[in-house]
Design a protein around this ligand. Structure first.
Ligand SMILES: Nc1ccn([C@@H]2O[C@H](COP(=O)(O)OP(=O)(O)OP(=O)(O)O)[C@@H](O)[C@H]2O)c(=O)n1
Ligand SMILES: C[C@](O)(CO)[C@H](O)COP(=O)(O)O
Length: 242
């Protein structure tokens, strides 16, 4: 794929954020006074390769999200669309894909819940797709040892089944990047519920490659992640001041 390829980003932002605790849908909650979704949209639009961002809003929240985008400064070179999402992340991504216009060859899928991904990581994913990979995921080595267990009800001891070799494991982030036709085929043919888009490509038997992720691309999932995200923003502001 050449550098003439047109790239769009689908941002699934329709989740409730149950693990974050009671409140507004996660993507609409504030980080240092600005909705998490706006941080995520800006992170994507910062890449000069991105010409369109499709935001997948909570099912009944598309008008509110449109207003939110209108009310915040965003780069003029990028187009924005808002569509309502579904009950699962997979359904929401599919709704975003259905909204893509002709002429887009590369699609990135990026969680609104990863608002602080640096632009170099975004560009690294796009470059790998442009260089010919059909499916690209940014990922990091693990800090913890991982055990596979026999799941039990909460609070009960769980028997360990195996300890996968840590050096061969990666913690996967977003944006994940795809050849558009491949990702659409995956969403049309894989019906099983999976936790990321690359898994669907794997189920088709097609290759997926990993490129370096970034510590600041972590997912805001639990309350402590909000503390970390605000600390990262404060550090960025302090660094900008020098
Ligand atoms: N029906 C859904 C569920 C999730 N997502 C999006 O998928 C991303 C990753 O999901 P996750 O972090 O699990 O978000 P939630 O589903 O909101 O979290 P929780 O499981 O705690 O409710 C988020 O940007 C979320 O908004 C979505 O668009 N539509
Ligand atoms: C797509 C993802 O962010 C990659 O790590 C992750 O799988 C999303 O999972 P979640 O259960 O929706 O948080």
């Amino acid at each position: 794929m050449s550098s003439e390829s047109r790239t769009a980003v689908v941002i699934p932002a329709a989740g409730r954020g149950v693990r974050l605790g009671p409140g507004a849908p996660k993507a609409l909650r504030a980080l240092n006074g600005t909705p998490m979704l706006i941080h995520a949209v800006r992170a994507m639009a910062e890449s000069r390769a991105v010409s369109l961002v499709v935001v997948v809003a909570p099912p009944d929240g598309a008008p509110e999200v449109k207003t939110l985008l209108d009310d915040h400064a965003l780069p003029e070179r990028t187009d924005f669309l808002v569509v309502p999402g579904g009950d699962t992340r997979q359904e929401s991504v599919r709704a975003g894909l259905d909204a893509l216009p002709d002429g887009i060859d590369i699609v990135l899928v990026h969680d609104a819940a990863r608002p602080l991904v640096p632009v170099d990581t975004v560009d690294g994913v796009i470059e790998a797709v442009r260089d010919g990979a059909g499916a690209v995921v940014p990922a990091l080595p693990l800090a913890d040892t991982v055990k596979q267990v026999e799941p039990r009800d909460a609070g009960l001891p769980e028997p360990v089944v195996a300890t996968p070799e840590r050096a061969r494991l990666r913690a996967v982030q977003t944006p994940q990047g795809f050849d558009r036709a491949l990702l659409v085929r995956a969403h049309e043919s894989v019906t099983e519920n999976v936790t990321d888009d690359a898994s669907m490509i794997e189920q088709l038997g097609e290759p997926v490659v990993v490129v370096p992720g970034h510590e600041e691309a972590f997912k805001v999932t639990r309350p402590l992640d909000l503390v970390l995200a605000e600390a990262v923003l404060a550090r960025r502001r302090a660094n900008d001041g020098f």
